[in-house]
Design a protein around this ligand. Structure first.
Ligand code: NAD
Ligand code: DAU
Length: 332
């Protein structure tokens, strides 16, 4: 596998994967990205020009997608509308990109025989009670809650059907919440870090006790590369790093690392349908593909992420006012 196509490679996790692959392998990478509000060419700066190419385009554009599939050995599909709050205020682009876009890629994979890895989320499984001893596994029934997670669930099911019915050579991974550099400031951790930089108190939805299972984006990238290289066609792999934390715990760590009193945050109106808890059992990935996460110290990872946002205000400042204007409408 010498030549990868990465959809959504100008977004948070896609760009992390592109950096990871170019730093750790000899592969060449083409990014296909529409550059929506969430995509940034600044996230792709500093890559080796002889092994990297950028194509601006829409994954729903069948002729462009088919031409690109034919010219690459494998495709890793990150492109999506990714933010739950946006899916509640305007679901239409989620249906278009996450469902029609994935369908378009699957038809191109069918026509060209190109290997496809589909990136998905643990949110397809719905949520767990805070005191549930279980975690999500590959056999947990799908039960998505939001327009975002239901379109991701639908895209997973399309992939499964195209594997079984048409023999498309695809794998799927469902990962928990990512953190790290270059994440859009609409998301929880960068929103709170940049609020504190701006002297604004962090805002927690509801009672702040919802739990997310955090993983560093570089660990997600190493897992995806491992699945691409060694995963069994037709299989689904869950990706996680035992990072369960309540939103209160996360914000208190951020505040402490930023030298602000740990109670200096506010509780605000809850997200409609807010999932309580996600938790990933990633033992299949460990046992079958011998993968382990490297970033096990969440506090150190947050400290590095805070340092990145402090040092890269030019990257995030252009996003901030628009993201906060959207939150002002919903009371978040
Ligand atoms: P993001 O919103 O930061 O980036 C999405 C990228 O896709 C952007 O660059 C955007 O321009 C591009 N894009 C959107 N619509 C497109 C279209 N129609 N055609 C081409 N490009 C388009 O998202 P992210 O957080 O990096 O998530 C990437 C993928 O990972 C998504 O599929 C998401 O469901 C999945 N995922 C995210 C997380 C997380 O914690 N962020 C966890 C698990 C899975
Ligand atoms: O689990 C994987 C998913 O994680 C991905 O599929 C999604 O693409 C990604 O956005 C993320 O979804 P969440 O909804 O969990 O992430 P978000 O950053 O929006 O919120 C994380 C938690 O923090 C959630 O419980 C809501 C809460 N929150 C969020 C914001 C923006 C707050 O309390 N305050 C906030 O200001």
């Amino acid at each position: 596998m010498d030549n990868l196509l990465v959809t959504g490679g100008a977004g948070f996790i896609g760009s992390d994967f592109v950096h990871y692959v170019l730093e750790n392998t000899d592969m060449s990478v083409t990014v296909l990205d529409k550059l929506t509000y969430a995509g940034s060419l600044a996230s792709l700066e500093g890559l080796p020009a002889e092994r990297f190419r950028f194509v601006q385009g829409d994954i729903c554009d069948a002729s462009l997608v088919t031409e690109l599939f034919a010219a690459h050995d494998a495709v890793v599909h990150y492109a999506a509308e990714s933010h739950n709050d946006n899916s509640l205020s305007g679901p239409a682009p989620f249906v278009q990109t996450n469902l029609v876009g994935t369908f378009t890629l699957l038809e191109a994979a069918r026509a060209t025989g190109t290997r496809l890895h589909h990136i998905s989320t643990d949110e397809v499984y719905g949520d767990l009670e805070l005191d549930d001893p279980d975690r999500f596994t590959e056999s947990t029934p799908y039960n998505p809650s939001s327009p975002y997670s239901s379109t991701k669930a639908g895209s997973d099911l399309l992939v499964r059907a195209w594997v079984r019915s048409f023999g498309v050579a695809a794998t799927i991974s469902n990962c928990s919440n990512n953190y790290g550099p270059r994440q859009h400031v609409e998301k929880f951790i960068p929103r709170q870090i940049t609020n504190v930089i701006d002297g604004v108190r962090p805002r927690l939805y509801g009672d702040g006790r919802n739990v997310r299972d955090w993983i560093h984006a570089d660990d997600h990238s190493s897992a995806v590369l491992r699945i691409l290289e060694r995963g069994r066609i037709g299989e689904t792999y869950l990706i996680g790093a035992d990072g369960e934390k309540s939103n209160r715990d996360v914000v208190e760590i951020i505040l402490e690392e930023m030298g602000v009193p740990t109670d200096a945050y506010d509780l605000v109106v809850d997200r409609p349908g807010h999932d309580k808890r996600y938790a990933i059992d990633w033992s299949k990935l460990r046992d079958e593909l011998d993968w382990e996460p490297r970033y096990r110290d969440f506090r150190a990872g947050i400290a590095a992420t805070v340092a990145w946002y402090r040092a890269n205000e030019a990257w995030w400042r252009p996003q901030k006012a628009e993201a906060e204007a959207k939150y002002a409408v919903t009371g978040h």
